[in-house]
Design a protein around this ligand. Structure first.
Ligand SMILES: [Fe+2]
Length: 419
């Protein structure tokens, strides 16, 4: 049957993001969003003829048969289906700085404590994709179990192309420069101090309204981030569901000659051409969506009498494994907060973990390192490698007689991975 002609419907154009972008609030919700009233089909997902002649298309983030509480999928209603693109070809020149299969052939492992100074932002034109590089990781995107830690330094917006990560979910932590991210579900503005999760398979563009930009990316293979259980803390605290924001439907309807979809698959990049924008979703519904979170809304819990809590108390999001209580990757922050305790060494205690720990600094200073750990820098403490406060911090702290101190203006990301 011949499909009815698409009615002429126009988006409001790409370009500058409005200051008052609207979002849907909630974590894991089943949202409904439509940029034009009446464009979302009612009563079924795939009607014979969709409103305005749109095409129905499902994106699944979990297997069709996953338990309902884990199932994630969304339905898009778009002007043209995603399938109408030319074949994928290996991108030339190849990227060479991305890894998603970690084995002895492409990585070197040494348990020594590592720390990196902030990497300079390049002078030559570099967008988010070209500026992305892998620091460390484990496992395999093809085997659907593992993670990668990347960083990016970039100075220009992506131009006439969109990125699609077939390997896993990106959790992006901008450290310098805002990100204007256009996705198939709509647009998100993400500032330093916020994070954004871009799930596997979504097509997105990163614009850099502030020019020179830098940040961290945690990628997980084969699972998705979820909120940690709160246990004895109770029903409230840490990151609240209501503070997670998903985009609202936004689309453009104009030719995009030579538009390129850049797909990351097995850590390699592949290009496919199409003549239209992938951001042509007029309406959508579902629970598989990009989302952002403002870290200043995190409600920390802490010691009020003695000793220093384990860092898991500051978990914002966790990517679980099949073992209860064992994460593939935790995203943890050390936000501004009071540290109150009696006769207690208040910085993080000296320790060795069965987890590997990658850490970055968004701004301020980290309480366990008096010197040398700068915003935009990073550290890696691999599993069972001893680490803890430096000597200067130790000496200052043991002479301290105060009962409390306020830790101000620092945000560290701290990710853990089970061996
Ligand atoms: Fe540690």
């Amino acid at each position: 049957m011949e499909k009815p002609a698409t009615e002429v419907i126009k988006g409001d154009g790409w370009g500058r993001f409005p200051d008052d972008l609207e979002y849907h609030s909630g974590f894991g919700n089943h949202f409904e969003s439509e940029a034009i009233a009446g464009s979302l089909p009612r009563g079924q997902n795939s009607p014979l003829i969709c409103p305005f002649g749109l095409y129905a298309e499902q994106i699944s983030g979990t297997s069709f048969t996953s338990p309902r509480k884990l199932s994630q999928r969304s339905w898009f209603y778009r002007i043209k289906p995603s399938v109408t693109h030319e074949p994928f070809w290996p991108r030339e020149p190849s990227h060479k700085k991305l890894v998603s299969e970690f084995d002895g052939s492409n990585t070197v492992a040494n348990p020594t404590q590592l720390r990196w100074k902030p990497v300079d932002i390049p002078d030559s034109p570099t967008d988010f994709i070209d500026g992305l590089y892998t620091i460390c990781g484990a496992g395999s995107s093809f085997l659907r179990h593992g993670f990668a830690i990347h960083m990016y330094t970039a100075n220009k917006s992506m131009d006439n192309c969109a990125f699609c990560n077939a390997d896993g979910d990106f959790l992006v932590v901008p450290q310098q420069g805002r990100l204007w991210i256009t996705t198939e579900c709509g647009r998100l503005q993400v500032s330093p101090g916020e994070i954004v999760v871009l799930p596997q398979g979504f097509r997105f563009v990163v614009d850099l309204p502030d020019g020179p930009s830098r940040g961290y990316v945690a990628e997980v293979f084969g699972t998705h981030f979820q909120l940690p259980d709160l246990g004895p803390i109770g029903a409230n605290g840490l990151a609240a569901s209501r503070d997670f924001l998903a985009p609202t439907a936004w689309f453009e309807d104009c030719p995009r000659p030579g538009f390129t979809i850049i797909q990351k698959f097995g850590g390699e990049l592949f290009n496919a051409r199409q003549d239209f924008s992938p951001f042509n979703v007029v309406a959508w519904h579902g629970n598989y969506v990009p989302y952002k979170y403002d870290l200043s809304k995190f409600c920390p819990y802490n010691t009020v009498l003695i000793d220093h809590g384990d860092p898991s108390i500051n978990t914002v999001l966790t990517a679980p494994t099949d073992k209860p209580g064992v994460a593939l990757l935790d995203f943890v922050i050390f936000p501004p907060r009071w540290l109150v305790a009696e006769h207690t060494f208040r910085p993080p205690y000296y320790h060795r973990n069965c987890m590997s720990e990658f850490m970055g600094l968004i701004y301020g200073g980290y309480e366990a390192k008096a010197d040398g750990f700068l915003p935009g820098g990073a550290s890696l403490h691999s599993c069972m490698t001893p680490h803890g406060p430096d000597t200067k911090t130790y000496e200052v702290i043991i002479l301290s007689t105060t009962l409390g101190s306020q830790v101000n203006f620092h945000y560290a990301i701290f990710v853990l991975r089970v061996v």
